[in-house]
Every structure is written in C-alpha cells, then in structure tokens.
Design a protein. Structure first.
Length: 146
C-alpha cells in the first residue's frame, strides 16, 4: 500500500470520511494517483488540498461522500481520484502553464502531459488546479466547468 510522502490522509479526504475510516482510507486510493500527487508536490512545492485539520476551510478538495458537496454523480472526487490543488508558490494558471506549456482556452483532449502522464483530466478557468487520475484511454481531458 502506497502512502503519500507529502500529504496526510486528512488532506485527501473529507472530515466525515476521515472520522469514519481514519488511516484506513489509504487503501482505497489508487497508488498512481498518490504518486502523481507526490510528483506534483516535488515539482511545484507546497500544495494545499484539504486543510480542515489545521482549522482552515477546505474540506471537499479530495475524496468526499455523495451529498457532502454538490458535484456531478460521475465526479472523480467521489471515485478516489480527483483533487483540487492550491499551489503556494505560483498561481493555478501558472501551474497549468507549467504543465501544458500554455493556459488552455478551449476544451479538448491532449495526448498526455509530459512528465505527468498519470494525469487524465485538467480543468482550466478556475482559481485552483483540478487534476484527475484514472484510466487514460484516449488522453488528457482538458475542459472548463463554465
């Protein structure tokens, strides 16, 4: 079982999930997603996902239960594979530019993200970096929620 080097389990799951399952939550994450998060941290420095355990507001930026936060029923957040990242050393836009070479302006599918081939979804036009790690059949889905 892989556990992140740079993120605690509280940073990856909602408070209700952590209260119910605690450290057992590690077993449900795909190790590819966890290793991908560690790679992002190594390249971009400190990143916040959830920070409720330190008394701050972010609670639903990793895995959470249905009904805890209003998302699509197919959201990767409810499938142990999507995360909303707030990088500390650069803006979300700058992080996307570093990953893709440019800030996306239209929806589409890219073959892959060099060095981060495990990322299969990336949202743009938002103030955080949404990444998803799942089966990569046809490339990286790049899209705006708007």
């Amino acid at each position: 079982m892989y556990k992140c080097k740079y993120f605690t389990i509280e940073e990856l799951v909602s408070p209700n999930v952590y209260d119910a399952k605690g450290d057992r939550c590690w077993r449900w994450f795909n190790p590819i997603a966890l290793k991908g998060l560690d790679k992002l941290r190594e390249k971009f420095g400190p990143i916040t996902i959830n920070n409720y355990s330190t008394g701050q507001q972010r609670k639903f930026s990793g895995f959470h239960l249905q009904g805890e936060f209003n998302r699509s029923e197919f959201s990767g957040h409810r499938q142990w594979g999507a995360f909303d990242l707030k990088p500390h050393r650069l803006t979300a836009e700058e992080m996307r530019i570093e990953l893709l070479g440019h800030e996306p302006t239209e929806n589409g599918i890219l073959p892959s993200i060099e060095g981060f081939e495990e990322i299969t979804e990336l949202e743009y036009g938002i103030s955080w970096v949404h990444v998803r790690f799942c089966s990569n059949i046809d490339g990286v889905l790049v899209y705006s929620p708007n």
